[in-house]
Design a protein around this ligand. Structure first.
Ligand code: PLP
Length: 410
């Protein structure tokens, strides 16, 4: 139906001028990482070469899933596995995912796993299931932008809590001070995008305690669980016991399957999750299923040889070390050492620009380097920073860092 708000006596001519109404809910949806690309594309059209350091996709920078995984996908298609899958996911895949998460400490079995089209879809389903108008959800500051977008889409309010980037510790007092009668959940992202912060066992225990004291859902994103550089990764499962943990994970990063779009939700064994465990599969059924041939490849990626993962991580470590060292030697820039994932989140200590967004646009326009403004990851703790991916090879990183150094030295 055409919604006409002002002029009820429209003629055929001015009907064409009416804009159809959209939902107010989408106003809060933002994704800085991709929203910024249009400025770079414009420059590219004018013939300028752009070095993209904005998107966390290892496959775009030369990493690939191993051949056994690619072949599993090709064989699935050739073997006729091209129909609708069960909505919850293939039983065999749910089973191997449950084993993986069980080994990380979570009390889960096959029935506790729901396969999704990436963590992105899982996050959408979880937020759709729990957030209502005015509900508050705690997010680590800074955070991966879709968390805030999906919360806002459902009328909720994202509330950022402080994290010490140098010590990788959440500020529990800050969290306590921000919990209100409207707070329904706390989200943890470890390793974190954009900061690379990895929570240790004590930090996770403190977070779980404060969540339980206040009867909150604990939504935990471990998509970078095997991409850690300095310490052993500890999953939320290790400290969760029977807490209401909803784990989000997937195959994009560790398993190098970004474009194939596969992830999952895992429900910890907690009586507090009974209702959502009943209702969330409805959302899985209404969207039918996630991609079937990819599910076969995902089984192979978990069951087949795992040696490509440490190789990938040791390559990344060299890149991280170079980037952090060089950024810290630049005037007006300081950079904490990311302990995991593949991002740095340098602080702009001193610059001629009024905002981090202006800084990023200046870098793009004068040097052709595309970063993401820190405020895109939350204004409270992200402002005054920018994010770079350290996925390109060492030579490209070095020459790009030369450009950044020239830019900040001007
Ligand atoms: N969660 C985090 C923390 C991420 O950084 C990303 C991608 O950058 C995603 C989820 C997206 O995951 P997927 O590709 O599985 O949708």
């Amino acid at each position: 139906m055409l919604r006409v708000q002002k002029n009820k006596n429209l003629t055929g001519l001015n009907i064409c001028l009416v804009t159809l109404k959209i939902s107010k809910k989408v106003a809060g949806v933002e994704y800085a990482i991709r929203d910024i690309v249009s400025a770079a594309t414009k420059l590219e059209k004018q013939g300028k070469k752009i070095q993209y350091l904005n998107i966390g996709d290892p496959v775009l920078y030369g990493f690939q899933p191993p051949d056994n995984v690619k072949n599993a996908l090709i064989n699935a298609i050739k073997n006729g596995e091209n129909y609708y899958a069960p909505s919850e996911g293939l039983p065999e895949l749910r089973n191997v995912i449950a084993k993986k998460e069980h080994n990380k400490g979570l009390t889960v079995s096959q029935d506790d796993i729901l396969v999704t089209t990436g963590v992105s879809e899982g996050l959408d389903m979880v937020m759709s299931s729990i957030v209502e108008e005015g509900d508050e959800v705690l997010l680590p500051g800074p955070y991966y932008p879709p968390y805030a977008s999906y919360i806002r889409l459902h009328g909720g309010i994202p509330v950022e809590f402080a994290v010490d980037l140098d010590n990788s510790t959440p500020d529990i007092d800050d969290i306590r001070s921000k919990i209100t009668s409207k707070t329904i959940a706390i989200c943890l992202i470890s390793p974190n995008n954009p900061t690379g912060v990895v929570f240790n066992e004590k930090a996770l225990r403190d977070l779980v305690d404060v969540a339980n004291e206040n009867n909150l859902y604990i939504i935990c994103d471990e998509i970078y669980d095997q991409i850690v550089f300095d310490e052993k990764f500890v999953g939320i499962g290790k400290v969760a016991s029977d807490s209401p943990v909803i784990l989000l994970n997937g195959f994009s990063k560790v398993n190098l399957m970004t474009g194939w779009r596969l992830g999952y939700i895992a429900f910890n064994n907690s009586s507090k999750l009974e209702e959502i465990r009943e209702s969330l599969p409805k959302l899985a059924r209404v969207r039918i299923c996630s991609n079937l041939p990819i599910q076969h490849a995902a089984i192979e990626s978990l069951k087949g040889p795992q040696d490509y993962i440490p190789k990938f991580v040791s390559e990344l470590k060299k890149r991280r070390d170079l980037v952090v060292k060089r950024l810290n030697s630049m005037p007006g820039i300081s950079c904490s050492n990311p302990k995991g994932a593949f991002y740095v989140f340098p602080k702009i200590e001193k610059s001629k620009f009024a905002s981090d967004r202006d800084f990023v646009m200046g870098l793009l326009n004068s040097k052709g380097v595309l970063a993401v403004h820190g405020s895109g990851f939350g204004t409270k703790y992200g402002s005054g920073h920018f994010r770079l991916v350290f996925l390109p090879d060492l030579n490209i990183l070095d020459s790009t860092l030369d450009k950044i150094e020239d830019f900040v030295s001007q």
